[in-house]
Design a protein around this ligand. Sequence first.
Ligand code: FES
Length: 139
Amino acid sequence: MTDGSEITSVDAVPDNGSYLFTVRSPRGEAEEAILVRCEDGVEGWLNFCQHETDQRLDRGRGAAIRDGEIICPKHGSMFDSCSGHCDNGKAAGSTLVAVDVAVEDETVYLTDRGYTYAHDGGIDDDDDDMPGSSSHLTF
Ligand code: FES
């Protein structure tokens, strides 16, 4: 039994693209993360390029993926989907920030001790704060 929060099913992670979700750091700050497929299964990365940290890889429609590499939409640097490493372009020599995930029974779980699962989609996609809606968060 995996000790973590359920993110989504493996089927929801596209072969050519990414699954966007939001996590909270230990300080409670929301951060976006993505799931991508690689030959080892599914990997999780924080959703930003390493040399301009305000540049999202997945802008809400899935990251561009080609030949197993995640392509930064701004300058085109490519990061290996499995290792997160970049050896080309502006971000050469950098590695994406990993978010630990595990797959069990065709489900992807967040197992990273540094982050807690917040919701699917990007930071701005959380509509749970609408007046009158009941929060699913418990403290
Ligand atoms: S912001 Fe990603 S390579 Fe420049």
